[in-house]
Ligand binder design. Structure first.
Ligand code: NAD
Length: 294
């Protein structure tokens, strides 16, 4: 029987420690502030934005939301993000994805790199690739924190990342490379996914396809991190990995829900606090217990 990686519990512990750091920062100045921009009214995005705001408030991080109607133009968004970039009281800016009918990459480029708590700006992506990270995308950073918390060795291991998105797959590949794993990135044109999966000692699945990796493909004793989130017909959540037989096969595995999702939000809170510390000329080592070393 493998060990279930409890992302929910680890996220709660992370947020509890973070609350102490936020508390001490807030004695010296304004509390760290996160501003979220939501365009349109996609129900799933509303749920995500709501849970980020609630988590921020529970930690003592100020949270503000701009909701813009579907049909907002690029120019209007440029003005809004420009105003937030110039607003001293805003430490972190997050543009909720997906953006309806807007050029996502161009919009994300508008966020000032020092407020880019999602780590999606090309400057932050480049810094990560060069192994001198500032803001690392929250999902892969949370995955690394989970591997560390459960003592999963990465050095010298064969790691397979399924998915090559800028948000999850590519930064995950960079992080595991920096941690001395031998990394393969699989994607929609990979020819024999089953064979690749069978060789992986660490498997991170971020393909956005429900229950597409059956447990029988997985190398016995592997560590399996499931980033996917899907809602089934019965309304229950599930991942990209089929859960049947997973705990018998894997040494460590994340559940869905309760795995990667809560850690992603916790890392957003950590990045927002880091932005506040850096913008105020403070000491980022205040957060060193909460940010996995890269
Ligand atoms: P994406 O759609 O941008 O990328 C999916 C990737 O999977 C692509 O690079 C594609 O090449 C690859 N892929 C698709 N089909 C494949 C196949 N048959 N074989 C191999 N590779 C294949 O998605 P994303 O933004 O990276 O997100 C991936 C999943 O993770 C989604 O389900 C998303 O909802 C979820 N997600 C969860 C969190 C969280 O907090 N838990 C955060 C971000 C994303």
């Amino acid at each position: 029987m493998g060990t279930r990686i409890d992302g929910k519990a680890l996220a709660a512990k992370t947020c509890e420690s973070l609350q102490a750091v936020v508390g001490s920062l807030s004695k010296e100045g304004p509390a760290p502030g996160l501003h979220v921009i939501l365009v349109g009214d996609d129900p799933a995005s509303r749920v995500y934005v709501g849970s980020k705001a609630r988590k921020a408030e529970s930690i003592g991080i100020r949270s503000e939301l701009t909701v813009l109607p579907e049909g907002t133009s690029y120019g209007e968004l440029e003005d809004r993000i420009g105003a937030l970039n110039a607003d001293e009281s805003v430490d972190g800016i997050l543009v909720q994805l997906p953006l309806p009918n807007l050029p996502t990459r161009d919009v994300l480029d508008l966020v000032a790199p020092e407020k880019d708590v999602d780590g999606f700006h090309p400057i932050n992506a480049g810094l990560l690739l060069q192994k001198r990270p500032r803001f690392v995308p929250c999902t892969p950073l949370g995955v690394l924190a989970m591997l560390d918390a459960y003592g999963v060795e990465t050095s010298g291991k064969n790691a397979l990342v399924i998915g090559r998105s800028d948000i999850v797959g590519k930064p995950m590949g960079a992080l595991l490379t920096h941690r001395n794993a031998t990394v393969t990135i699989a994607h929609s044109r990979t020819v024999d996914l089953e064979q690749q999966v069978g060789e992986a000692e660490i498997l991170v699945v971020a393909m956005g396809r429900m229950r597409s990796v059956p447990a029988r493909w997985i190398r016995p004793g592997a560590t399996v991190i499931d980033v996917g989130i899907h809602r089934m017909e019965d309304k229950k959540l599930t991942g990209d990995v089929h859960p049947d037989g997973l705990e018998e096969r894997a040494a460590f595995y994340t559940p869905v829900p309760g795995g990667v999702g809560p850690m992603t939000i916790a890392m957003l809170m950590v990045n927002t606090t880091l932005a506040a510390v850096l913008r105020r000329g403070g000491d980022p080592s205040l957060l060193s217990d909460l940010i996995p070393s890269v």
